[in-house]
Design a protein around this ligand. Structure first.
Ligand SMILES: *Cc1c(COP(=O)(O)O)cnc(C)c1O
Length: 411
């Protein structure tokens, strides 16, 4: 594809102006927003104000005056339209792993007579680890895993299944599940579905209510750009609120936290999913970060995401043929999230070499190069430049330099 064609894509991009809402270091092509989104421009100033005014000056009064106490609900209401939910069905709190634990318990409690959980062996490991911990307490449970007990998740679902835990977008391959169809399939068998939206929230128009989803969790530090360790979210369909029971029954989820009763009584509605005091600075950063998605048309975001990932694959086909890359993502954009992955025998070192030339993606064991293409700030030009750098590294074999084989803790 000619350079002029790439330039035309950027020129005609209706989302091009959004890039200015983010701080992106000069000269860096950042293709890792699916792991940690960049800082939205407003966050630093807003957060400084929170520290100097709300914390330093107003101190404890800020729980009321600055509405700190309601942040899980106000942020949930802000986030809700991005995932196709009503404002009172979403809470922002804790982290994904903890929220998953709460949701799985709550989902299981809705099907007390059933004892099987279906999940994916290739799912994000924390999902499986949380299931492992759950299984240690609930010895009546048994696990059926796609990839171990059957090839297709759908085939593992029958009348014995209480809960299906499933990723909307696979963190390695970017394979996208059909939320409406899979939810319907689970409901047909009487099972409850818990969706993990970590790799779709903020980048794919999710329609939880329209799909009649039951529960969902997701994170805000990936495509929602909330910052390192920003809190996760929980969705619970309104029809389940009345029977909501979760295991981490802390005081923030109490009907009257400031009554300081010695007996636990759950708050009505989704608030029952709260546990304890929340990371207010992170939540305030998220308020500013979500403003970067204000008035953004998710259909346009999805269209650009598909175009960016298509372009990446087309350019790799054109320029990296015979260089040892194998596409690990679906070729059909309709079946793919917003990242693309390629297997390469030297995957880890190739990614290190790319990072050294200013193209930041990440590596996922055993051999995957992963490139996140976030439509709010990535340009078509960035994709072309990244593929050119990748090609140069593979042709010159510069990745074989021993300097690129040393691993740090986070890959
Ligand atoms: C990123 C991610 C998580 C992260 O969980 P934390 O508790 O926030 O560390 C969980 N599940 C999936 C699918 C993810 O991609």
């Amino acid at each position: 594809m000619a350079a002029a064609d790439i330039d035309a894509l950027d020129r005609d991009d209706p989302l091009a102006g959004l890039r200015d809402r983010f701080v992106l270091p000069e000269g860096l092509i950042y293709l890792d927003g699916n792991s940690l989104g960049p800082a939205p421009r407003e966050v630093a100033g807003d957060l400084a104000g929170v520290v100097t005014q709300e914390w330093s000056n107003d101190l404890i009064a800020s729980w009321n005056k600055a509405h700190w106490f309601e942040l899980p609900q106000t942020l949930g209401t802000r986030l809700a339209p991005l995932i196709g939910a009503a404002g009172d069905e979403v809470l922002v709190c804790d982290g994904v792993s903890v929220n998953l634990y709460k949701c799985l318990h709550a989902a299981l409690a809705l099907r007390p007579e059933r004892h099987v959980v279906v999940a994916e062996q290739a799912g994000f490991p924390t999902d499986l680890y949380i299931l492992d911990g759950l299984g240690a307490q609930r010895t009546d449970l048994s696990l059926r895993l796609e990839g171990r007990d059957g090839d297709r998740l759908e085939d593992l679902i029958d009348e014995q299944v209480a809960v299906v835990l499933v990723n909307h977008v696979d963190y390695k391959t970017a394979a996208l599940r059909d939320m409406a169809a899979l939810t319907a399939r689970a409901h047909e068998a009487g099972a409850i579905v818990v969706w993990d939206l970590c790799h779709s929230a903020g980048v794919i128009p999710v329609e939880l209510d329209a799909c009649e989803a039951d529960f969902a969790v997701g994170c805000t530090y990936k495509y929602l750009n909330g910052g390192p360790g920003s809190p996760g979210f929980i969705y619970v369909a309104r029809r389940h609120h009345e029977h909501l029971r979760q295991p981490l029954t802390g005081w923030w989820g109490h009907a009257e936290p400031f009554a300081f009763d010695s007996d636990y009584r759950p708050a009505p509605g989704i608030k029952a999913m709260l546990t304890g005091t929340q990371p207010i600075l992170s939540m305030r950063a998220l308020v500013a970060a979500l403003a970067a998605c204000d008035r953004v048309d998710m259909a346009q975001v999805r269209a650009k995401s598909m175009a960016l990932t298509d372009l990446f694959i087309t350019l790799v086909d054109e320029h990296c043929d015979g260089l040892g890359l194998e596409l690990a993502s679906p070729r059909d954009a309709a079946l793919r999230g917003s990242h693309v992955s390629f297997a390469h025998e030297g995957g880890f070192a190739v990614m290190q070499a790319l990072i050294a030339c200013g193209v930041v993606g990440d590596f996922r064991a055993p051999d995957l190069l992963r490139f996140g293409l976030a439509p709010l700030y990535i340009r078509y030009r960035d994709v072309a430049d990244a593929v050119e750098a990748l090609r140069d590294i593979l042709v010159s074999q510069s990745w074989r330099d021993p300097a690129f084989s040393g691993r740090s803790g986070v890959t």
